[in-house]
Design a protein around this ligand. Structure first.
Ligand code: XMP
Length: 326
């Protein structure tokens, strides 16, 4: 196993050429470590696990077994992208588990944000461990640990990240990007041929839309949130904001207000837009989204998403507001 300390002499990977050299070196190291044994990876579709998957596919092909657990709280199209990119394009050994019902049944009626996080994290580990126990001949566990994880939290992926792996799975670890910073992981990912939208995607919390469907999650409100969020992302993308704004999303609270459509009054939820910029997520400022774009997004969400009848913009910096609503 290699050291957890990044040597002062290590060159920062900023170009495809440097990334190619890193990839070659890691491919050789992984082959030497793993031999002809099998490696298991929880593939969330986030930047780090995706880059590790692509790197390991290059190194050991079908000896890598990727497990993608859809907890039902993914953004629109995310699980489909994992299946497309890894299952189809890269021909990976990919096991897809749709565990939506398990998660949503457990979360029914739960309002406390930390309990929601615990349920999502705990169930993720359970589903993953169940799947792992069905597989034979696995000797290694791959992880998308990156250098900030080592610096900030003793080598454990973000403290509250659902992507964290079962501790009782007693496998030797394979962590090919553990000495890299995020920007380097992205250059490596693009050099490996992963789509730009996957490698440069904005941070997405492990508990996913679960902490943006505020209060007790219901399937209808979760659906409305996912559709509204997809419209926001599409419009930010079209209008050049996707690569510029650090994090942007919709939250939908568990409350209704009166609206009017076709001359009739009806009740609907508000969709709250949050768009923030930050360097380290400890403090954040608000992106000044043009009013014309906000009007257009409001128009689309209120007309295209059933159940939403208002759109609000959250102008609160961090502090005092956290980035997420819960
Ligand atoms: P807050 O809301 O604390 O968020 O200002 C700071 C950053 O952390 C992300 N976040 C999470 N990420 N699991 C995660 O993996 C979580 O439970 C979680 N909660 C917040 C948030 O999206 C933001 O980028």
């Amino acid at each position: 196993m290699t050291s957890n300390v990044r040597p002062d002499t290590m060159v920062r990977i900023t170009t495809p050429e440097l990334a190619k050299a890193f990839i070659e070196e890691q491919v050789a190291a992984v082959r030497a470590q793993v031999g002809d044994k099998k490696v298991l990876l929880a593939l969330s579709g986030g930047v780090d696990s995706s880059v590790v998957a692509a790197l390991l596919i290059r190194a050991i092909g079908k000896q890598l077994v990727c497990v993608h657990v859809n907890h039902g709280l993914m953004r629109k199209g995310e699980s489909e992208q994992v299946i497309d990119v890894f299952g189809k394009n890269l021909d990976a050994n990919l096991i897809y588990i749709d565990a939506t019902d398990r998660f949503l049944d457990l979360l029914a009626g739960v309002t406390d944000p930390e309990r929601k996080r615990k349920i999502i994290g705990g169930e993720f580990i359970k589903v993953f461990a169940e799947e792992a126990s069905k597989l034979e001949g696995i000797s290694f566990l791959a992880q998308g640990t990156i250098y900030p994880d080592i610096l900030e939290s003793d080598g454990v992926k973000a403290h509250h990240n659902v992507g964290g792996l079962p501790e009782d799975l007693n496998f030797e670890l394979v962590e090919p990007v553990k000495l890299l910073f995020k920007d380097e992981v992205r250059v490596v990912g693009e050099t490996l041929g992963l789509p730009h939208s996957m490698v440069y995607r904005q941070p997405f919390p492990g508990p996913g839309l679960g902490v943006r469907c505020l209060g007790a999650i219901t399937r209808d409100r979760l659906h409305a949130l996912r559709e509204a969020d997809a419209i926001l992302r599409e419009e930010f993308d079209k209008n050049g904001l996707a690569g510029k704004v650090w994090q942007y999303f919709i939250a939908v609270p568990d409350m209704k207000s009166t609206g009017v459509r076709d001359g009739k009054r009806y009740e609907g939820w508000p969709a709250i837009i949050r768009a923030v910029n930050t360097t380290d997520a400890m403090t954040a400022t608000i992106e000044e989204v043009p009013y014309s774009l906000l009007h257009h997004i409001t128009d689309r969400i209120t007309h295209e998403v059933s159940g939403i009848n208002r759109v609000l913009m959250d102008l609160t910096p961090k502090p005092v507001g956290t980035i997420e609503w819960e």
